[in-house]
Design a protein around this ligand. Structure first.
Ligand code: NAD
Length: 420
């Protein structure tokens, strides 16, 4: 199994990062191995009746990296590239993220190999419900709590809630987070990840003594995270000069009108064809001069081929795993880019998911202002602690963030001991 996982480039990347940090922390060999490998890997086949009457089999995965600090927490992804290795890597990163943020969770991730853009909503509903049913014995509010990720939305979470609650014979809102507010989802959850990205980018600008108002930003990906990061940055007076999604990339040096872009995307399904900006090659967009570059789509987009050409002052890693280790080494050697590592940069999502779970368990709800204020307090605390740690240890931000998360998990493993 180890060899099989390591064959996947995304898992290989996460494992390589882990090894580097484990060396840095001088982790005891026994604890090191237990921290590195996932506790449970569940793969299920999902027979679904398609709209034309055919039956198609999809495959879904859920990886629970560890449960030593609490239930597993992590998103559910619908994407054609989903495989066990990628899901296991994302589950591992979730671990360190939850620990870094001080949340009482282990890390998990799920995914179904499919292209949601080619499925009708009725097909997506049947697929989601089938997945929820097949893994229902492995999840639970105290075991594994899912949330949205690439290709899934609050509506998918509502179907999972309904399937699980029907099975239990009672309403169980705490089984899932990122659900619609009318089903006891949290105020502020939809925008939480993007809001956190923008908030941390503004804190990084403060640290570099650069004004936030008027600062420029380029955002790759205009889904949940990218679009809310953009609108929150715009609300700070920042100028969004470049945006891309799977349909193409656009550029306007004077700043893109985000309301007009949102309307265009809602009508046409993508940013291609937007007339308020020029078309630009998506790869070249990443290399334009800006204060903040926020990759908010998929993994491994900042590579050894483009890292030396980046012209940003801040790299705000909104997506999970956007920077390869080779690119990381180049950025570290350059020393002129302030990196906000993914496990901190996009932690707003899981933090408000935690708030949602707490509200559900208490059958009590907080206002949006309460939620976003608590979120900013938590993110700021983690950000300041990271800068302190990196200053003390003279290390890069990624190493510092991973080391903080991994050390917290390792400590728990050591204290709990090995049974039997
Ligand atoms: P989403 O499905 O809502 O949006 C993904 C966006 O990326 C879409 O606009 C899509 O068109 C775009 N995209 C896909 N391929 C692209 C490409 N090759 N070039 C440019 N754009 C491309 O997904 P999301 O929830 O916004 O997640 C984005 C990233 O943020 C992922 O890495 C995810 O794991 C991470 N993340 C999400 C959350 C969350 O709360 N949703 C939390 C933490 C981390």
């Amino acid at each position: 199994m180890k060899e099989e996982l390591l064959k996947d480039p995304v898992f290989g990347m996460a494992a390589g990062q882990f090894d580097r940090v484990a060396d840095f922390l001088n982790l005891d060999e026994r604890v090191r191995e237990r921290c590195k490998w996932p506790k449970r890997i569940i793969t299920v086949s999902l027979p679904v009746t398609m709209d034309d009457g055919r039956m198609e089999i999809f495959f879904g995965h859920r990886v629970q990296h560890h449960l030593s600090r609490g239930p597993v927490k992590g998103g559910l992804r619908f994407h054609p590239n989903v495989n066990v290795g990628e899901v296991a890597a994302l589950a591992m990163w979730m671990n360190w993220k939850c620990a870094l943020m001080g949340l009482p969770y282990g890390g998990g991730k799920g995914g179904i190999t499919c292209d949601p853009r080619k499925l009708s909503m009725a097909e997506q509903e049947r697929l989601t419900r089938r997945f929820a049913e097949e893994i229902s014995t492995f999840i639970g509010p105290e075991i594994d709590v899912m949330a949205p990720d690439v290709g899934t939305t609050p509506q998918h979470m509502a179907w999972i809630l309904d399937t699980y609650s029907t099975r239990e014979g009672r309403f169980v809102p705490e089984i899932i987070t990122g659900k619609p507010v009318e089903l006891q989802g949290s105020e502020g959850r939809t925008q939480a990840t993007g809001h956190g990205v923008a908030f941390l980018a503004s804190r990084a600008l403060n640290k570099l003594d650069l004004p936030v108002a008027g600062a420029t930003a380029i955002i790759q990906g205009f889904g949940n995270v990218g679009s809310y990061a953009a609108s929150t940055m715009a609300s700070y007076g920042m100028k969004i000069t470049g945006v891309s999604d799977i349909t193409g990339a656009i550029w306007n040096g004077d700043g893109i009108d985000l309301n007009a872009l949102q309307n265009h995307v809602a009508e046409s399904g993508g940013i291609a064809g937007f007339t308020g900006a020029d078309k630009i090659d998506p790869d070249k967009m990443l290399l334009q001069e800006c204060d903040v570059l926020a990759p908010a789509a998929l993994e491994r987009v900042i590579t050894k081929d483009n890292a030396s050409q980046l012209k940003c002052k801040i790299l705000a890693e909104a997506a999970n795993g956007p920077t390869t280790p080779e690119a990381d080494a180049i950025i570290e050697a350059r020393g002129d880019i302030f990196v906000i590592p993914d496990i901190l940069c996009n932690a707003g999502g899981v933090t408000v998911s935690y708030f949602e779970w707490v509200q559900n368990l208490q059958r009590f709800s907080w206002t949006k202002t309460e939620v976003l204020t608590k979120l900013e307090t938590k993110l700021n605390e983690a950000f300041e602690n990271l800068l302190l740690f990196c200053g003390e240890h003279k290390c890069a931000h990624r190493l510092g963030a991973l080391a903080t998360g991994i050390e917290a998990v390792a400590k728990v493993k050591k204290t709990r001991g090995l049974f039997p």
